[in-house]
Design a protein around this ligand. Structure first.
Ligand SMILES: [Zn+2]
Length: 285
């Protein structure tokens, strides 16, 4: 169904945060440093790293959405999983340059489109009783919401995503409705000079036990996309309380907001799954 939208190599602004490495070479838990523009330089990432980084950025914003719903006590009409997918897409529409946000959406949507292809190819049944929309619905919803953010410019994008014409017609309305809802709440936490709120999103990288996990952690820590996602959020918003996003080994490919600790958990295994999905999808394209 989905032939893969995202196929482009990108050059983008990025930062390379220093890794903390002990004498035996084992990275310890570390926090992402605050960055200023002078630390940014242009590099290019491989297609695979861009895909994995892009899919992880979408997941990062999605899980941050759950944490914001909790911290800001945001009432949700409908399914929260869909609402926070919308937030992730909305935050990506604020990225510059415009070509970068398009590539990022391609990677985000394809992570669901390719997963649907993979499940179909391996005979895995659709999970219609799950809390999330199906992978293919998430693919189309992301594409529709993004297209709706700038329909004048994104006609070719909508066609590449194979959004049917009748769906295209409602995307700008859907985007407006969704953006109005989120903007009302995000507006309350917009960073202001001299504002009293000082809470931030803090990223922590937990120790990994395996060599493959170590290498993956290094790639994620050096991902210009994940670095930029964090920086953009903290530059735009100021929270009442910090939100910790912890990367850790979980023994499952997952990401979630922990209601008890109020932390977002991003599993290294999820990034490993995105890498495997990319490798699987390439010969199918
Ligand atoms: Zn969720």
């Amino acid at each position: 169904m989905n032939s893969g939208l995202w196929m482009r190599m990108c050059a983008l602004f990025c930062a390379l945060p220093a890794l903390l490495v002990t004498a035996c070479g084992e990275p310890q838990t570390s926090e992402s440093p605050d960055l200023d523009e002078s630390e940014f330089e242009i590099i290019s990432e491989s297609d695979k790293d861009f895909f994995v980084g892009g899919a992880m950025v979408f997941t990062f914003y999605h899980e941050l959405g759950h944490a914001l719903v909790d911290q800001l006590d945001i009432p949700i009409l409908g399914r929260e999983e869909d609402a926070v997918d919308n937030l992730a897409t909305l935050l990506i529409t604020k990225w510059q340059p415009k070509e970068l946000r398009e590539d990022l959406i391609f990677a985000s949507a394809d992570s669901f489109g390719w997963q649907d292809d993979y499940n179909a190819a391996t005979g895995e049944a659709l999970d219609l009783s799950g809390e999330h929309s199906t992978d293919l619905q998430r693919f189309y919803n992301i594409a529709c919401t993004f297209y709706g953010s700038d329909p004048e410019r994104l006609g070719a994008f909508a066609n590449a995503a194979r959004l049917p014409e009748d769906r295209q017609e409602v995307c700008p309305i859907d985007f407006k409705t969704m953006a109005k809802g989120w903007s009302e709440h995000l507006g309350k936490i917009e960073r202001q000079d001299g504002g009293s709120r000082s809470g931030k999103v803090l990223v922590k990288w937990d120790v990994v036990k395996t060599a493959s996990g170590h290498a993956l952690r290094t790639r994620l820590e050096q991902s210009s996309l994940l670095t930029k996602a964090l920086r953009m959020f903290n530059e735009t918003y100021a929270l009442d309380k910090d939100i910790v996003v912890r990367y850790e080994e979980c023994d499952e490919a997952n990401a979630f907001f922990d209601e008890d600790t109020k932390e977002v958990i991003m599993c290294y295994e999820l990034a490993a799954e995105f890498e495997k999905l990319y490798d699987w999808a390439q010969p199918q394209l």
